[in-house]
Design a protein around this ligand. Structure first.
Ligand SMILES: Nc1ncnc2c1ncn2[C@@H]1O[C@H](COP(=O)(O)OP(=O)(O)OP(=O)(O)O)[C@@H](O)[C@H]1O
Ligand SMILES: [Mg+2]
Length: 509
């Protein structure tokens, strides 16, 4: 077994109420791209956090280059040339790119031979060299808070490379990227392999595994249930092994029954913080029983439309009407009470309170209503009862059920919790922004079924997604946004995927 650069033997890790990793043994070869596949909560992030020294296994051993790891800490992992890009980035937002990259290992120099100081110049130079070598261009003096997610990810990657990582762990790196950015990242990963690095890739997207990985390990509820050679295994087989059943990929969509318009957006314009117009004169309406989907490349204004409708971004001109009432200037809570549910894009910042329990999070929009609150007294047992019902219906997996602190939940299960809470509001109008980001294929199927069920119940649904497949499968009407404007609005069955793709690139008829 000497040719393994990483070896795990009988690794077990328990958290309160759950065995996150259950007797896992596997080996990773130097210079390979090793994929890790598994349902939400299967234990992927936990297993890789052990390798990166963030957790110590309760049982079992880890060997790096044949040598047993005795100390589990990220610092020690760094010394062993292991790096990790986490599912949720860990950058300091008011620091510059270089400052983030060198954090904790700042090159030192002495002013006048006496006073210690950080040698920013030489750090900037090394960062610039690395970005050139791997094609990851950045401006080292920019601050993190001014960067979009794809650039932040570049910084995380450079941070690993700066620390001379040879074993690089990527935890769902593509979940936050656009299709173009994904292609670019996969190419970077291939380039790293050519340079002899070992890569571990966690992803829910089977095509990505098929494209770049050599081998794939499949986890299911904490256990290793399969190890396959990617070249000789079909994506269908991988999916079936992971979920433990056939995944249909086909949705039963009932014929549309449209009612009256519920949401009307008229001549809407929105400016960003810098006063730049990001949504320009957009008009559309969503009827009861209709899924209106906005397709577009990320950053073309689609999220700003959702934010403006939900009351999270100010409208600079135009009106938003919900069930006949002008809500253009209403507060967020007033809109919710008027009948608007919202599944936001950034689940950690806007969708959840991470240090609250799952039950509290599920009741965030309801706690002040009966029967959860009677005469100003909160009834926690009612919270918990309702929460258990939602956990069951949406298959939200965690260690301690409704009492689990949300921060400890897996990324995908956090997302399921938001979707559950918002659908449960039973609002006539629901906005879904990237509802299935970070979800495993079984969970995606489930959420799609729930969205269609809401449509059948006569809800007006505004869907914003970067996944063209998702839009083509669900939408009744598609509006394609480009550069802040709706270039094309048409019934979904009159458009092909190809045509929508063209409009997304700004091609006009
Ligand atoms: N720090 C923690 N405290 C308590 N429970 C935890 C902690 N970290 C993870 N868990 C639990 O361990 C299980 C495995 O979580 P993990 O994050 O490894 O899943 P995952 O496979 O990465 O899922 P996803 O695809 O959703 O990211 C989950 O049930 C989660 O709730
Ligand atoms: Mg994870």
């Amino acid at each position: 077994m000497d040719d393994y650069i990483v070896e795990m033997r009988h690794v077990t890790k328990r958290f309160p109420g759950i065995v996150a990793n259950d007797d896992i043994s596997l080996g990773i070869k130097k210079g390979e791209i090793f994929a890790l596949l598994g349902e939400n909560g299967a234990g992927k992030s936990t297993l890789m956090s052990i390798l990166f020294g963030m957790y110590e296994p309760d049982e079992g051993e880890v060997y790096i280059r044949g040598k047993k790891v005795e100390t589990f800490s990220p610092n020690h992992a760094t010394e062993l040339n292991i790096g990790m890009v986490h599912q949720h980035f860990k950058l300091v937002s008011n620091y510059t790119i270089t400052e983030n990259i060198i954090l904790g290992m700042e090159p030192r120099r002495r002013i006048a031979g006496i006073f210690p100081a950080v040698d920013v110049k030489s750090a900037d130079k090394k960062v610039a060299e690395l970005s050139k070598k791997f094609g990851l261009e950045v401006d080292p003096t920019q601050k993190i808070e001014d960067l979009n997610v794809s650039m932040q990810q570049r910084v995380e990657i450079l941070k690993m490379l700066y620390r001379e990582a040879e074993i690089l762990i990527f935890d769902e790196p593509t979940a936050v990227l656009t299709p173009q950015e994904i292609e670019f990242l996969l190419e970077i990963i291939r380039e790293m392999r050519r340079k002899g690095k070992t890569i571990i890739l966690i992803t829910h997207k089977l095509e990505e595994i098929k494209k770049v990985a050599d081998r794939c390990a499949i986890l299911c509820r904490g256990r290793l249930v399969g190890m396959c050679d990617v070249a000789t295994t079909s994506t269908k087989e991988m999916a079936a092994r992971m979920v433990g059943r056939e995944v249909s990929f086909e949705l039963g969509k009932e014929p549309a029954k449209f009612g009256a318009p519920v949401l009307n957006v008229d001549h809407l314009s929105v400016k960003n913080d810098d006063g730049f117009t990001v949504v320009s004169d957009v008009s559309f309406s969503v009827r009861a029983g209709e899924i209106f989907a906005i397709a577009g490349v990320a950053g073309n204004g689609q999220v700003e439309i959702a934010d403006a409708v939900a009351g999270l971004a100010p409208v600079s001109s135009g009106t938003v009407t919900l069930a006949g009432k002008d809500i253009t200037r209403s507060s967020v809570r007033a809109r919710a009470e008027q009948g608007l549910a919202y599944i936001p894009e950034d689940r950690q910042a806007r969708g959840l309170i991470l240090d609250f329990t799952l039950s509290e999070n599920l009741m965030l929009k309801r706690y002040y209503q009966e029967p959860y609150c009677v005469k100003n007294v909160l009834h926690r047992d009612e919270f918990d009862k309702k929460s258990r019902e939602l956990i069951e219906r949406f298959d939200i997996r965690s260690g301690q059920g409704e009492q689990t602190v949300v921060r400890s939940m897996s990324g995908g299960n956090q997302q399921k919790a938001i979707v559950a809470r918002e659908i449960e509001l039973d609002a006539p109008c629901i906005i879904f922004v990237q509802p299935t980001r970070g979800l495993d294929i079984g969970a995606i199927e489930h959420i799609h079924e729930q969205i269609l069920a809401e449509r059948s119940r006569g809800k007006a649904i505004l869907l914003i997604s970067l996944e063209l497949d998702e839009i083509m499968n669900l939408a009744d009407t598609i509006g394609v946004i480009y550069n802040g404007q709706l270039l094309k609005t048409a019934p979904a069955d009159t458009l092909t995927t190809n045509e929508v793709g063209q409009f997304m690139m700004g091609v006009k008829e």
